[in-house]
Design a protein around this ligand. Sequence first.
Ligand SMILES: Nc1ncnc2c1ncn2[C@@H]1O[C@H](COP(=O)(O)OP(=O)(O)OP(=O)(O)O)[C@@H](O)[C@H]1O
Ligand SMILES: [Mg+2]
Length: 772
Amino acid sequence: MESYLAELNDAQREPVLQKDGAMIVIAGAGSGKTRVLTYRIAYLMSKGVDPFNILSLTFTNKAAREMKNRISKIVGSSEAKNLWMGTFHSIFAKILRFEAEKLGYPSNFTIYDTQDSQSVIRAVIKDMRLDKDVYKYKQVYNRISSFKNSLITVKAYFQNGELQEADAMSKKPRMGEIYQAYVDRCFKAGAMDFDDLLLKTNELLNRFPEVLQKYQNRFRYILVDEYQDTNHSQYLIVKALSDKFQNICVVGDDAQSIYAFRGANINNILNFQKDYDDVQMYRLEQNYRSTKNIVNAANSIIDKNKTKLEKVVWTDNDEGPKIVVNRLLTDGEEGRFVASSIFETKMQNQLSNSDFAILYRTNAQSRAMEDALRKKEIPYRIYGGLSFYQRKEIKDVLSYLRLLMNPKDEEALKRVINYPARGIGQTTMDRLNIAANQYEKSLFEVIENLDHLDLKINSSTRSKLQNFVNMIKSFTILSQNADAFVVADTVTKKTGLVQEMKKDGTPEGIARIENIEELLNGIRDFVEGQKELADSTGSLAEFLEDVALATDMDKDTSDEDRVALMTIHLAKGLEFPYVYIVGLEEDLFPSAMSMNTRSELEEERRLFYVALTRAENQAYLTYTQSRYRWGKLVDAEPSRFIEEIDDKFLDYMIPQDDYKYKPLIDTDIFGEVDKSKLRQNKPKNGTPPPAHKPTEQQLRKLRKLKPASPEPVKATKSVNLSAGNEVEHMRFGKGKVLKIEGIGQDQKAEIDFENGGIKKLLLRFAKLKVLS
Ligand SMILES: Nc1ncnc2c1ncn2[C@@H]1O[C@H](COP(=O)(O)OP(=O)(O)OP(=O)(O)O)[C@@H](O)[C@H]1O
Ligand SMILES: [Mg+2]
């Protein structure tokens, strides 16, 4: 047996060793589903399957990269980079690039992000003179998105009486027309939105049998992670591609299906057995991730759901500490508790920031956490929310880049045609728009052909428009030979964007310039990375695609050591030694919007199951007594999910009878909070109690999970380190001391580690072995 197969248990090894056929692995959190996929790919390669013939679909591109690295190590070659691996969106965008012209799109089509799509929808609603309070653009966008993910085209919509009736009932009878106008505009702009990437792939595979065959033959082996969260459109793609060879392996957990609100269809997992001829079903039961306490607590929660497949999950890991429950007065105090607890736990146990995650239900909750972490000088990173690439100044630069790639891209053109100001006003734009509609041309084409059109635009404005078009064309020509960095660098200089911000002179203006520099650095890194691959030149097209399809998880590129903050939805598939789940309050988690039906509540409960099962060693649950919601301070009640966990797994930091569902703040008849009661409820002596000290057993577990150094590492008691010394750290491996600063207790060393990059460590705590 190859040695890597010994890193699997018997149950895991079975699906790995079944080379051909259809199979489904259904198993609870942390039982090694993702590991099975990874090892299965390695096994296929070792049996001579060409990596070009393997397609693996993951939840984020980051997960795909990590999987590729792992596979490279297992098979001991760089062949893994030829695997087709990534999110549905990124894989099928690549395929659409090759085939776009068949569908009438340019191969350099733009990918509209959510902001772009919503902006188009807003414009459509405005042009149709509809009431924007009835036709709320975000709602309309979501509705159209759900049509697309169910493969309901405009034509199908107009043939479907039920859908039309539903829209009429919700006072939006013109939904179909908006849908039509939206689709037309995107098409005219040579743009696909996120949902199109799946919808158009389906269209491609349905309409062109020879194309379908080509990809069926290419992807002889297909693997899908997190199968419980595929939507109908994704399901059909997988089904079509795997139909010929039927070598398909999907893994998932119905208890972790949390994207129904985006069209995920749990039936895809339940019906899998009917979809293929001879399906092997595998189950995994042993959890390797978490302590007994966490596994059993999570089991006790998911037990409350009626709709579920019966599963067993157990673990051989330590009992572990109980789950800590704490009640705080306000979200500010909640943040301070979490930050202090992280600080203490980290110092006591020599941990990295990245060993900690704070998970919440809604992005808005991050603010209080951020404030507290900043005060304690704990570095953190927020995933999701408004990403770097959506900041105004960044989007402006990207819009220039998009426009030079695809001059039809109207959203990009509208953003930059008069930014920096060039004297092209709204009246001119309105006239151009009318002409564009009349001639069914893009704005750019209209501007290009201004001389031949009879438009009321004066000669000075005409020449400004001409200059703009010429500038964009010159960039396009440059991009044909230069890499993405050269193009982007030229664009920021020649367009006057940076000069405009320099004029501004405010701290915000300076921050914007820094962001643009950061973008350029990012592009340079990207280009260098791409050039190392044999078949890549680091072109602008590649860069733009990478940006457009980065999921919220992928958008961080630096690997500094930080505490992770994210919504639970984003945390799927991840694991952290210490996890804080905050805001466990009724109406927040479970969300007020998700308590109308049992199935919504069950989805919230699955979300809680996902959150808790991210924790390896210890989980903390917090809630507040009052919280600002909709601008008002309201009483908060502890979440029913805390109540649902058997008390034997919990460790309350507050007297328990004080806890059970009862108003925690007394208010007088006018609804005023009785301040003296508030003070009573504060944790004693004002500061949050220290975090629980892990047991020796836990520490051993922690070390086991992380790459340990070959020999036990001794702490350096008296510090006689200096720059240039080679050292070894238990977790970061070997490193070189760059500099020493501070004296006595505060002495710190800056060390460049092989595994961790540059880190500053307090020598008093850091257990370093001096090598030379
Ligand atoms: N046989 C094994 N031996 C040792 N460690 C294992 C084994 N199987 C899995 N693990 C480890 O357990 C952890 C959980 O595995 P993995 O992430 O594959 O689980 P999963 O089922 O995909 O979880 P999730 O449902 O959260 O996606 C990982 O750290 C993995 O490396
Ligand atoms: Mg997984």
